[in-house]
Design a protein around this ligand. Structure first.
Ligand code: MCA
Ligand code: AMP
Length: 504
């Protein structure tokens, strides 16, 4: 009788007074208080008739109660579906229709719009300040809830990742996927109960939810829990923290602050970066300024974390280090799938207990990306250097990563192409000092149809989360194509790379 993930993360701390969550400007929650809150929430879920395997969709601001919903799902055998707070109703409608949750939890300001797309699910509200119908219902519960037995292969969460073509895919993550990865990382990054993690990431992605929270809870450590990234608040709290996990934008924004120096970071033992490439230059500047070498790691929603630079050994800029213990990495020819000799560039494939169990209700997509021998085809291109460090040298998938958020050009191109007067479009990323990449769209009009970039932007924005909005739309006569007729995005990226006004 056990619950593979809940017991080691939270259950064993049920009677602990040790601090777990230290929210910005609010009272600290001990592990015991947090576990008891998860029990009350689990009672609310049971009262709604939710049973093991049912999905719970969560689109709310980051708060201690929102995190407790995650713990409540784990202890109940429910499957969490965390959703970016920036998603529009039209994006949400797809996720809810596809995942078919039994319960949707949203901010009360969204409740009316959400009611139209519930697809039969129950609805509860949870606001940024912790108020809402969910909290009210939990307050009336006893705090006693039997933890549901959950085996290694039981689902813990579904996280949607957009497809390069077609529909978004729900990556199914099991209890064992998440536990094995948390164990590997806690060990490798030498976490212990004295650590204090400065948590400023969103909790609807693998990075902020599983990497940060699972590793921390497994170690019995505490978290300074910021509702979002604010560089001033980060600087204020660094002297009380030992670890920061962030996307490269966190580090470039910290470096832009003159007060960010050795003194400000003297209490820290570890800075981790991931989700997007960390420029070697940022790594070097960071070391010059603080004396700390950022530890870069590599992961994906489908695989959790795959590779990491070492804690004790050399952290090599421009690389993501070695395969995690228990995880295998190989480089293959992306056309034939044959393994390539050491040193050659090819597709990065990953196998291990961290690799997901496939896409929700999409067996064909699963078969296309997850080989029968267990290797997952990442879509990232890499090379292993003579010392065994993995370098990510590019992406075969058509993907923009902006500030650590993934943006799939196809999703935007489909919307642009559907607008009146548009013959075709291409969306791509160009280098951006703050977000790493910024999104640009170029559009070709149908003959005799003058197009206004502002009107085009207005036509697509209601359907897209703000972070996906192109920063610029340019109307052009035609798109560059190769001999096969394929649009050459590399040429577009070069053409529009220069700062200032791009042509068109
Ligand atoms: C905010 N905006 C963005 C982004 N974030 N636009 C493009 N890309 C973004 N990432 C928009 C805002 O809506 C706003 O629009 C404008 O840009 C400026 O917002 P700003 O206040 O500067 O942004 P912020 O609130 O400070 O957010 C920037 C951020 C945030 C802190 C970098 O994007 C963030 O927390 N990123 C982390 C994402 C993450 O956790 N990724 C992990 C997923 P307006 O013009 O309306 O003002 S990947 C993962 O999990 C894998 C497994 C892995 O390996 O980790
Ligand atoms: P997601 O689909 O949100 O899980 O994003 C996963 C993708 O983020 C990977 O396939 C990589 O392209 C990218 N990524 C994650 N970590 C790194 C890193 N350290 N360096 C470069 N790219 C990364």
């Amino acid at each position: 009788m056990s619950n593979v993930l809940f017991d080691p993360l939270f259950g064993r701390h049920a009677d602990s007074n040790a601090p777990f969550l230290m929210p910005d400007g609010a009272a600290t929650l001990s592990y015991g208080t947090f576990v008891s809150l998860s029990a009350r929430l689990a009672q609310v879920f049971a009262g709604l008739g939710l049973i093991k395997g049912d999905r719970v969709a969560l689109q709310v601001a980051k708060s201690p109660v929102a995190l407790a919903v995650y713990a409540a799902c784990l202890r109940s055998g429910l499957v969490l579906l965390p959703l970016n707070t920036a998603y529009t109703t039209s994006e949400l409608s797809y996720f809810i229709g596809d995942a078919d949750p039994g319960l949707v939890i949203c901010d009360e300001r969204q409740a009316t719009a959400m009611a139209d797309i519930l697809n039969g699910a129950a609805l509860h509200t949870l606001n940024a300040d912790g108020s809402g119908s969910l909290t009210d219902a939990a307050a009336g519960m006893q705090g006693t809830h039997t933890v549901m037995d959950c085996a290694a292969d039981d689902l813990a969460a579904i996280l949607y990742t957009s497809g390069t073509t077609g529909r978004s895919k729900g990556a199914m993550l099991t209890h064992a996927n998440l536990l094995s990865n948390a164990q590997a990382l806690a060990d490798l990054w030498q976490f212990n109960a004295d650590d204090v993690l400065l948590h400023a990431l969103p909790i609807f992605h693998t990075h902020g939810l599983f990497v940060a929270v699972n590793v921390l809870a497994l170690s019995g450590a505490a978290m300074l829990f910021h509702t979002g990234f604010n560089v001033e608040n980060l600087l204020r709290d660094l002297p009380c923290a030992t670890v920061l996990m962030g996307v490269p934008t966190f580090y470039t924004r910290l470096l832009a602050k003159p007060g960010f120096n050795r003194d400000a970071t003297s209490h820290m033992r570890l800075f981790v970066s991931g989700s997007a490439p960390l420029l070697a230059d940022t790594h070097t500047q960071f070391e010059d300024r603080t004396g700390h070498r950022i530890l870069e790691r590599y992961g994906m929603t489908e695989t959790n974390m795959n590779a990491s630079n070492p804690c004790d050994g050399e952290r090599r800029p421009g690389t993501v280090g070695f395969a995690l213990p228990g995880t295998e990495l190989r480089i293959t020819d992306s056309d034939t799938g044959a393994e390539l000799p050491q040193g050659q560039t090819g597709m990065i494939e990953v196998r291990g207990p961290n690799v997901f169990h496939g896409y929700w209700r999409m067996p064909e997509k699963t078969a296309a990306e997850l080989r029968a021998n267990g290797f997952f085809i990442t879509g990232d291109l890499g090379q292993i250097d003579p010392d065994g460090y993995l370098m990510i040298v590019g992406r075969q998938k058509d993907l923009i990563i902006s500030g650590g958020y993934n943006i799939y050009p196809k999703e935007i191109e489909v919307l642009l192409d559907a607008l009146p007067g548009v013959a075709e479009s291409a969306v791509f990323g160009v280098a951006d000092a703050d977000f790493g990449e910024a999104t640009i769209g170029v559009v070709v009009p149908e003959p005799g149809c003058p197009l206004d970039p502002a009107a085009l932007l207005a036509g697509i924005t209601p359907h897209l989360a703000r972070f996906k909005h192109p920063r610029r739309i340019v109307v052009v006569d035609d798109l560059p194509r190769n001999a096969m007729g394929k649009v050459q995005k590399n040429i577009l990226r070069q053409t529009y790379a220069a700062p200032g006004e791009p042509p068109g």
